[in-house]
Design a protein around this ligand. Structure first.
Ligand SMILES: NC(=O)C1=CN([C@@H]2O[C@H](COP(=O)(O)OP(=O)(O)OC[C@H]3O[C@@H](n4cnc5c(N)ncnc54)[C@H](OP(=O)(O)O)[C@@H]3O)[C@@H](O)[C@H]2O)C=CC1
Ligand SMILES: CC(C)CCC[C@@H](C)[C@H]1CC[C@H]2C3=CC=C4C[C@@H](O)CC[C@]4(C)[C@H]3CC[C@]12C
Length: 452
């Protein structure tokens, strides 16, 4: 009885922590933290000790905000022009129609698969713009010079944008997948809508892909160019990190339609976490290695260059390959060969909210038979390769993205397992990695385990 009462008492406390304390801390602290990290990378020789020293002895937290302007009209004009360009590309560039995962309410989101073309057009425009400016004695690295202003202004704009999304989800939702939690703070943090669209523009595709990841790619290019301008050459480490990150992002856009079926899109609502995260956290935190290297170039030498590039490329290939296997198995309804042998798949049943039954193909071959989230290993090893170019000179900043990603992916694997358990019951992917072993004999009746 005492235990039961304790468990009941734990419910509201855990809920309070998860839905109020953690969101509040993240909303208050993360925007500040990314500004401090920018400041440390650009003004403190990339040293957190130097940052701490300046914060304690030379003006406190206001020091960082004093170094940037949130009232620079040219910065706002550039941000809005970039957003308008991306929106135009989303609307005008052709692409085949593709579909996201059916939601529990039976909604199947439809997309135009034009991400790769939009990305190529953006990068080509940037290249052409750079040549044009350089011929006139100008340079796009002015973006680096004003990056603090860009980040600070984006933080404010994005916080306001997330508020707008939150209200939109309550007053004018786009699809059936929306609702309030009863906690205003959590609604702001998590969002009120799963698939918001404004004038036909899918908001999460815009924030995550066309803004966040595109700005990441552009920032990597701008920082490499700035490094060249400052040091008269692109240092080998900068070249390796830029090449690996740009290839990773090119791979992402090639595979973008697959991203529409990941938990960012099918589970996470459009709120502070995903939208602010992609509008501000990706351009600031995910770009830290390149930002750091602009002022702290570290020559790594030919042997390390070759090793990091080689291992990084191999990691990228394995990560893409495993995502591809999962996608190909679904597309072929399980009728395909994986690693030269007929694929083993689980046909897992689940129900929509209205009771209608559906079936999914879950791959249990290839990388998906090795372990449940095996593809996170190459994702992490690739990240380590593009960070290790900064050397081991006692700097923490270049390794912060790797540390963050390790925690994020660890947590994500539990989130996804829970999501699949709730959806498929005992037949979900948590079973998939067991199916090579004796445990597959204990699969329940609703589980059809096939090798085609
Ligand atoms: N750099 C970064 O910040 C991050 C990068 N990534 C990368 O993004 C890519 C995609 O992310 P990922 O986390 O995998 O996406 P998700 O974990 O969101 O995709 C998982 C979904 O795939 C389906 N699924 C799970 N197991 C199987 C299976 N055995 N066969 C078929 N379908 C299955 C399930 O959806 P359903 O409901 O359809 O069954 C599941 O919910 C990866 O390359 C990852 O490394 C990921 C997170 C962060
Ligand atoms: C505290 C918050 C501000 C943290 C926000 C985190 C989000 C910005 C990130 C959470 C998951 C991330 C991503 C998932 C999968 C991806 C596919 C990959 O190939 C490219 C990167 C990404 C889109 C990545 C982007 C950032 C997140 C959405």
């Amino acid at each position: 009885m005492a235990t039961k009462q304790l468990k009941q008492a734990e419910g509201p406390l855990v809920q309070f922590i998860n839905r109020t304390v953690i969101p509040l801390l993240l909303i208050l602290l993360v925007p500040q933290s990314v500004m401090y990290l920018w400041y440390a990378s650009v003004h403190c020789q990339g040293s957190l000790t130097e940052l701490a020293d300046r914060l304690t002895n030379r003006g406190g937290p206001a020091l960082v905000w004093a170094a940037v302007s949130v009232a620079n009209p040219a910065v706002y004009a550039a941000i809005l022009a970039f957003c308008a360009f991306q929106v135009l590309l989303m609307l005008l560039v052709p692409g085949r129609t593709c579909y996201g995962t059916e939601t529990p309410t039976g909604h199947v989101p439809e997309y135009k698969d034009n991400g790769f073309a939009c990305y190529l057009i953006t990068m080509a425009t940037f290249l052409a713009g750079t040549v044009y400016l350089k011929q006139r004695g100008l340079t796009p690295t002015v973006i680096y010079d004003y990056y603090g202003d860009f980040l600070a202004s984006m933080i404010l704009l994005s916080l306001a944008f997330c508020l707008l999304l939150c209200v939109k989800g309550v007053l004018a939702p786009t699809s059936t997948d929306h609702g309030r939690s009863g906690n205003y703070l959590f609604d702001y943090y998590w969002g009120t809508e799963l698939y918001p669209r404004i004038c036909g523009i899918d908001i999460k595709v815009f924030t995550n892909c066309r803004f966040g990841l595109t700005v990441w790619a552009l920032a990597v290019a701008v920082f490499a160019l700035k490094s060249y301008e400052l040091h008269g050459r692109v240092v080998d480490g900068m070249a390796v990190t830029a090449a690996l990150q740009l290839l990773y992002l090119t791979k992402f856009f090639w595979w973008e339609a697959g991203y529409y079926r990941t938990i960012d899109i099918i589970t996470d609502r459009a709120g502070f976490y995903i939208c602010w995260g992609c509008l501000c956290f990706v351009p600031s935190f995910y770009t830290l290695v390149s930002l750091f290297m602009v002022r702290q170039p570290e020559p790594v030498g030919p042997a390390w260059t070759a090793a990091l590039l080689g291992f990084g490329l191999a990691s990228l290939a394995v990560n893409y390959w495993s995502d591809w296997q999962k996608q190909a198995a679904r597309a072929a309804d399980g009728q395909l060969n994986i690693w030269g042998r007929p694929a083993r798949v689980i046909r897992a049943k689940y129900s929509l909210d209205n009771g209608q039954e559906r079936q999914s193909v879950l791959l249990a071959s290839g990388f998906w038979a090795v372990s449940r989230h095996f593809h996170y290993i190459p994702e992490l090893s690739l990240t380590l390769c593009w960070s290790a170019v900064c050397g081991t000179g006692c700097h923490i900043i270049p390794y912060m993205y790797f540390a963050f990603l390790s925690v994020l992916l660890f947590h994500r694997s539990f989130r996804d397992d829970k999501k699949c358990r709730d959806k498929y019951g005992s037949t979900g992917p948590s079973t998939a990695n067991w199916c090579r072993t004796r445990l597959c004999r204990s699969c329940s009746d609703s589980l059809q385990f096939t090798a085609s």
